[in-house]
Design a protein around this ligand. Structure first.
Ligand code: PMT
Length: 324
């Protein structure tokens, strides 16, 4: 029987976590890209939004054969990223996503139940074109995508494990902290709550000669150091996911009080695509798609993002009054 029994489950503090874990090999390179991107847009006086998206994995072995994953395909993050976070034609975006999860614009095609070849058709002259059934939507998406590419206003970064995610999030937010109120942090990734610390993990593939018992430690809550140290005074929006409706709002409010950031968006696993509650220190605001809107394939993010933009502007206005 292969047994991983970490008899004491500890809550590691974030500093210890970073001291005892190793970042991904691409971290230094990613930091350079983020610094260049932030400097360029800061000099032009632009606002930047960080969107995190998709699930993190928890490896069971240092030479990883098996890992624990979660349900998130990155739909929330990738969809949100297509709606104007800033009141301008182009908004500047750092999109930090789980490798191979959905990305803005390409999301309309990459994870489709259609094979990508179904979007194409052979013309009578032998050339290949877009299937006329999809052409007008594809033209719309392509124009938006190319605008971002031409203006170099979208920076993509990826992560796989929860450790990659935490190191990358710390680096990116610290670099972005120079932007002060000209930034928004939109944390839609589904971050693992439990993990096996590197020093307790099996080095090699766990033998499959019996059952497997796992004991996992709690991943340190990174929102606290993020709010206090990495981007003090930043406009931070986090999501709270629950499956029990009776707990959702209370737990979301608790998160807001505990971490001290600006907004928690509460969502239930089963209804997350048509209903959320936006929670601030002194308000609760439900955002819901109507039956008609659902039938028209309207996306709830098209209502969430304008509401956040409004609140970001209000926050900046109030912060300037209070000298924050
Ligand atoms: O990608 P989709 O399939 O579209 O799904 C979207 C979503 C449901 C994943 C998204 O809308 C969402 O709810 N994301 C947050 C999921 C999550 O991590 O929820 P949580 O209740 O486990 O954590 C709440 C908050 O605590 C999160 O904002 C997270 O940033 C924070 N957290 C989590 C883990 C951790 N170790 N430290 C944290 O600070």
């Amino acid at each position: 029987m292969a047994l991983l029994d970490n008899s004491t489950s500890e809550i590691i503090n974030p500093d210890t976590y970073f001291q005892t874990h190793t970042p991904s090999r691409t971290l230094i390179e990613d930091e350079i890209r983020v610094k260049e991107f932030v400097n360029k847009h800061q000099e032009a006086g632009r606002k930047i939004v960080l969107v995190t998206s998709g699930g993190t994995t928890v490896p069971l072995e240092n030479n990883t054969v098996r890992f624990i994953d979660n349900f998130s395909a990155g739909t929330r993050g990738a969809t949100s990223a297509e709606y104007p976070f800033i009141i301008s034609v182009i908004w500047i975006l750092i999109f930090m996503h789980r490798q191979f999860s959905l990305q803005p614009y390409s999301r309309h095609y990459t994870h489709s139940t259609n094979c990508f070849l179904d979007f194409m058709e052979l013309k009578s002259d032998g050339s290949i074109g877009v299937n006329s059934k999809y052409a007008s939507k594809m033209k719309f998406v392509l124009e938006k995508y190319q605008e971002f590419k031409k203006n170099e206003t979208l920076l993509l970064l990826n992560f796989v494990t929860v450790t990659d995610y935490l190191f990358l999030l710390r680096s990116v937010t610290k670099i972005m902290s120079v932007l002060k109120e000209n930034a928004m942090y939109y944390l839609a990734a589904a971050v693992s709550d439990f993990f096996i610390p590197a020093q307790k993990m099996s080095q090699h593939k766990i033998h499959s000669d019996g059952g497997l018992t796992l004991t996992m430690d709690q991943v340190p809550k990174f929102l606290k150091p993020m709010v206090t140290n990495w981007v003090p005074g930043g406009f931070i929006v986090s999501f709270k996911l629950e499956t029990d409706p009776a707990l959702l709002v209370d737990k979301s409010r608790l998160a807001l009080m505990r971490y001290g950031h600006q907004i928690v968006i509460a969502n239930l696993l089963t209804t997350r695509k048509c209903e959320v509650v936006l929670i601030t220190r002194d308000s609760e605001f439900q955002i819901k798609l109507t039956e008609d809107e659902i039938a028209e394939d309207k996306e709830i993010e098209s209502k969430i993002i304008p509401e956040l933009v409004k609140r970001h502007y209000e926050w900046i206005r109030n912060a300037s009054h209070t000298g924050l």
